[in-house]
Write a protein that binds this ligand. Structure first.
Ligand SMILES: Nc1ncnc2c1ncn2[C@@H]1O[C@H](COP(=O)(O)OP(=O)(O)OP(=O)(O)O)[C@@H](O)[C@H]1O
Length: 347
């Protein structure tokens, strides 16, 4: 799920840098008639400067979300129902968590979601859909910040620098827009010290140095616990039970213990879990042959071609599946489907 990395790299140019944090994005209103104060629940800053901007430019300005628009939660549900395949647990929990949080005017802590699962099962995809439900521009929004451990924090010897930069980036952006969204990809490759440095922001403080983080949303993505999730799914399959019978409780306890005990995942060192700072563990099930076919169809349609079921089956069959005997789950989920399609169509 490396989609959007370039955007992330561009936005956090030079890392979530000191300079950038010193001048975080200012939210401004759309349209001069809004007088630069509030509009549709969005906070708009620097009203005295509005007259300096041409009207056309003002129309393009994005505002920080202030009050929740109930249509956003409905859109989130619809998008997940329509676009996300084979993840009944994810849709249910994500919608509940995000809707509940956005509606809560008295949240005691920021929302922290931890998305776990096999590669290519939709973790980045879901983060993108959540971002789009809050901000129209989704991952491109100036209030949405995406970090990829190996891209933004690659050197262990620079951890202290990264810590300072990350903290001032979060502080700077939340002071400008309390409803900021931070997405951390590859959490299992993130240095424990860096995870610890985010900890204060996730806690129950009313204010930290005059800033409240209680409206912010943090989404953490990792492959940690994927084996455990697969074990549960496989157990159901071997017992002839349907995938949709899997309940959150079947996975959740095993998952939090396995993530916590896994020495290779950054979480192990950290006190995020220990201190109950993660609100929801969200398991992504491994995708089956039929889900891969659904992804292929979407990809063909998105390129403007009519769906040819022959090609759909051929591409799905080209993917590799595990366990070796039963060959049920796609090794790469729906990843690489688009690259395989290039072979069949002359673009
Ligand atoms: N469950 C799914 N339903 C629909 N499409 C999916 C699903 N899972 C993956 N895809 C498609 O495959 C692409 C790659 O998936 P994504 O990047 O979300 O995987 P990931 O779980 O983040 O993987 P990784 O752990 O490797 O980062 C998505 O952009 C989407 O097009």
């Amino acid at each position: 799920g490396r989609a959007g990395h370039e955007a992330a790299a561009g936005r956090a140019a030079g890392g979530p840098g000191v300079g950038a944090a010193a001048a975080p994005h200012a939210g401004r209103c759309r349209g001069a008639h809004q007088r630069g104060t509030r509009h549709r629940g969005r906070r708009c800053l620097s009203p005295h400067r509005l007259h300096l901007l041409p009207a056309a430019l003002l129309l393009l300005q994005e505002c920080c979300l202030q009050r929740h628009d109930p249509r956003a939660a409905a859109a989130l549900q619809q998008n997940l129902d329509k676009k996300l395949f084979g993840q009944h647990l994810v849709s249910k929990v994500v919608v509940k968590a995000v809707r509940g949080f956005l509606n809560n005017t008295n949240a005691k802590k920021p929302l922290a979601l931890s998305l776990h699962g096999w590669t290519g099962t939709g973790k980045n995809f879901v983060s993108k859909i959540v971002a789009e439900s809050i901000y129209k521009r989704g991952l491109q929004s100036k209030y949405v910040h995406q970090f990829v451990a190996t891209l933004h924090f690659p050197h262990a010897h620079s951890i202290n620098l990264y810590k300072d930069q990350l903290q001032s980036w979060i502080r700077g952006n939340v002071s400008v827009c309390p409803r900021s969204l931070f997405i951390f990809d590859e959490m299992d490759k993130m240095h424990a010290g860096l995870i610890d440095s985010i900890k204060p922001f996730l806690d129950y403080y009313e204010l930290l140095d005059g800033v409240s983080y209680r409206q912010a949303i943090f989404i953490f993505l990792s492959n940690a616990g994927a084996e455990k999730i697969t074990e549960v799914a496989l157990d159901f399959w071997r017992n002839g039970r349907t995938r949709e019978d899997i309940q959150l409780t079947d996975i959740q306890n095993a998952l939090s213990v396995s993530v916590f005990n896994n020495k290779n995942s950054g979480f192990w060192h950290s006190t995020l879990i220990d201190r109950n700072l993660i609100d929801y563990f969200i398991p992504f099930l491994p995708l089956e042959y039929k889900h891969v076919k659904m992804c292929v169809r979407v990809e063909i349609e998105s390129r403007g071609y009519a769906v040819d079921e022959d090609i759909v089956s051929r591409i799905a069959e080209e993917m590799t599946y595990f366990p070796r005997e039963e060959r049920i789950y796609s090794d790469k989920g729906c990843k690489t489907v688009d690259a395989k399609l290039d072979y069949y169509y002359d673009f």
